[in-house]
Design a protein around this ligand. Structure first.
Ligand SMILES: Cc1cc2nc3c(=O)[nH]c(=O)nc-3n(C[C@H](O)[C@H](O)[C@H](O)COP(=O)(O)OP(=O)(O)OC[C@H]3O[C@@H](n4cnc5c(N)ncnc54)[C@H](O)[C@@H]3O)c2cc1C
Length: 353
């Protein structure tokens, strides 16, 4: 039988639980160490008519300065359970497990499929939400199914990968069914003994000149060092990593929009860079658009700034408020729209706005 209540605290600061480090308090906050706790938390919120927010590793969030006037729950379920499945291995992983810790575990077991996603902060439960991707891999390529607690129907359900509706940085969890499902466990199907995916130019360049194919462990190290150079690896000593990662998605353009972009670029004597990996998906580099809109890496606005290493990362220089981050976001979106006629879509989740 589920317990009546779990340990729920009041007025808990959320900024320290996020990588960007801005925003106010949660009115109520609880950690769910089991499915019973998840059910108890949902009941607690519904009985009091409170809005519920599920916090993962806080690496893709902007919390408002007013905080969250409801219940925040954080999942503590973090077991990793491998199960052989033919010539593959299915890892069933608790949503509260650290994502990069799980990737390290897979690499140490010589299981391929997530090595290029090394160094991405946050929890396992956060990865299906925006179909996390980097360096040519996305979790949708390896997710077999997602176990959720359905808040609407008050029951546990298993969603297949097809049910999750994965697309670029999108799933049902952050679009059509936002707020309905609490992800409890994720099952990933990985392939032992397979070589790494080296699809991105940065990675290919890293291994150019090496005569034998890199191992998964070497690929993981390479991804982490490329990320560190871009401020995309959380490091307490690196102010450029106090961010929510890329703040803007690479826009997907229709052919009319693409023609207009080319026209505007040539009128300015510029050439839009061509990246095969982006072009396959009709995307254009958001970083290039930002850097050619009169803004630059290292641009400072109050306590917020654009990272000095990456044009898409907005950083908290220390003591920033959410309003300062939003003002910088608005300025960037305005400049890109005025210059290129393209609306940049923000990637992080805005909480309590
Ligand atoms: C330095 C840096 C680099 C990054 N690089 C990348 C990158 O290369 N590629 C990429 O895709 N992302 C990247 N990100 C963004 C971020 O790390 C990922 O989106 C990550 O998966 C978010 O997971 P989280 O646990 O931190 O989720 P949170 O930020 O806590 O939450 C994000 C959303 O997921 C929901 N959520 C989290 N857990 C659950 C759950 N158990 N059940 C239901 N909903 C849940 C939240 O409610 C919220 O809506 C980066 C971020 C940073 C700071």
């Amino acid at each position: 039988m589920p317990r009546e209540t779990m340990n729920i605290r009041q007025n808990v600061p959320l900024a320290p639980l996020t990588t960007l480090g801005v925003g106010g308090n949660a009115r109520f906050f609880g950690e769910a160490a089991s499915l019973d706790d998840v059910e108890a938390a949902v009941r607690f919120a519904q009985d009091r008519n409170l809005r519920l927010f599920v916090l993962g590793g806080g690496s893709n969030l902007v919390i408002s300065d007013q905080g969250w006037d409801g219940l925040v729950i954080k999942l503590g379920i973090d077991q990793i359970e491998p199960r052989p499945a033919g010539d593959q291995v299915v890892f069933e992983v608790g949503a509260g497990a650290d994502w990069d810790g799980f990737v390290a575990h897979c690499v140490s077991q010589d299981c391929a499929g997530v090595e290029c996603l090394s160094g991405i902060p946050g929890s396992v439960g956060g990865t299906p939400v925006q179909n996390v991707g980097a360096y040519g891999q996305e979790v949708s390529q390896t997710i077999l199914s997602v176990e959720v607690f359905d808040v609407a129907e008050k029951k546990v359900r298993n969603l297949s990968a097809a049910d999750c509706g994965f697309r670029y940085r999108t799933s049902i969890f952050n679009s059509t069914e936002r707020g309905r499902f609490i992800i409890v466990r994720v099952r990933y199907r990985l392939t032992p003994g397979q070589g790494p995916a080296l699809l991105y130019a940065d990675l290919q360049k890293h291994f150019a000149g090496q005569h034998h194919p890199p191992t998964l462990a070497q690929t993981r190290d390479a991804v982490r060092s490329i990320r560190a150079r871009k401020g995309m690896l959380i490091h307490p000593g690196d102010p450029d990593s106090r961010s929510a990662g890329s703040f803007f998605k690479n826009p997907v353009l229709s052919s009319a929009e693409r023609t207009e972009l080319m026209r505007r670029a040539s009128a300015r004597g510029l050439e839009v860079p061509s990246y095969p990996a982006l072009e396959q998906q009709h995307k254009v580099s958001a970083a290039w658009l930002v850097e050619h809109s009169g803004l630059r890496k290292g641009y400072v606005k109050g306590n917020a700034a654009i990272s000095s290493k990456h044009a898409l990362a907005l950083i908290n220089r220390g003591g920033a408020t959410a309003s300062e981050i939003i003002a910088l976001k608005d300025e960037i979106q305005g400049a890109v729209s005025d210059t290129w006629g393209i609306g940049l879509e923000a990637e992080p989740v805005f909480v309590g706005f």
